[in-house]
Design a protein around this ligand. Structure first.
Ligand code: PGA
Length: 254
């Protein structure tokens, strides 16, 4: 099975949750849990928690990620953070193109592509989010949407750079709604994304790329989703904010 070529990645997307002091409490609970996990463990924290997270996770199995990055190295971009600012702060992962950024902050396929390029050039591992809205699924254009988003985001990205790209398939209708995609629905789209990668980069790169599912993943549904051939982990919102839930997800992925 090609699944064995990939190490699952469980990434918590904390979104706009946890002050630095709250983060400290949660991270201290997570450190021993990640120690025994047979998957990669990442926490994507708010910018203000990065310093705390990097300090506390030093020498542990938890990697720290950010939730956005700007594509320019520096300049007049009020409120933005550059890739070098992240790497120098000890961040190694970054979420790009999350549907909440696409919905609320005018993120487009073009800016997702520019951010991805800048992040990879700086040595960050990118968790690239793609996924259809409910209306698009109902219109039967899920694959078209996901293919367009994936190809656009990866324009100009080489097969070599793909070693540092994780794709997170997140159907927008399943995010934070408690309405999880069925194992089959999630597998179908993740398998399709792998085909898109195969067309663009060849089978070897496609087989090695980690493709996560995200959208209301929780301790109850994780095992079924993660058992699927093309689902190599999860990008987890709500359930990443409670140590017990996150523990169950790490166990399901191991
Ligand atoms: P959720 O969020 O697990 O709360 O649905 C997932 C995500 O947005 O990455």
């Amino acid at each position: 099975m090609n699944k064995t070529l990939r190490t699952p990645v469980i990434a918590g997307n904390w979104k706009m949750n946890k002050t630095a002091s709250e983060a400290e409490i949660l991270i201290k609970e997570l450190i021993p849990l990640a120690e025994n996990a047979a998957c990669e463990t990442v926490i994507c924290v708010p910018f203000t928690d990065i310093s705390t997270a990097v300090t506390l996770t030093k020498g542990t199995k938890i990697k720290v990620g950010a939730q956005n990055v700007h594509f320019k190295a520096s300049g007049a971009f009020t409120g933005e953070i550059s890739a070098k600012m992240l790497t120098e702060a000890g961040v190694t992962y970054v979420v790009i193109g999350h549907s909440e950024r696409r919905q609320y902050f005018n993120e487009t396929d073009l800016t997702v592509n520019r951010r991805t390029k800048a992040a990879l050039e700086a040595g960050l591992t990118v968790i690239l989010c793609v996924g259809e809205m409910l209306s698009e699924r109902e219109d039967g254009i899920t694959e078209t949407v996901v293919e367009l988003q994936t190809v656009a985001a990866l324009t100009g990205i080489t097969a070599e750079q793909m070693k540092n790209v994780i794709i997170a398939y997140e159907p927008v209708w399943a995010i934070g709604t408690g309405k999880v995609a069925t194992d089959e629905q999630a597998e179908e789209v993740c398998a399709f994304i792998r085909k898109v990668l195969e067309t663009k980069y060849g089978k070897e790169t496609a087989d090695k790329t980690v493709i996560q599912y995200g959208g209301s993943m929780n301790p109850k549904n994780a095992a079924g989703l993660l058992a699927k051939e093309n689902i190599d982990g999860g990008l987890i919102g709500g359930a990443s904010l409670k140590a017990d839930d996150f523990k169950a997800l790490l166990e399901a992925a191991s």
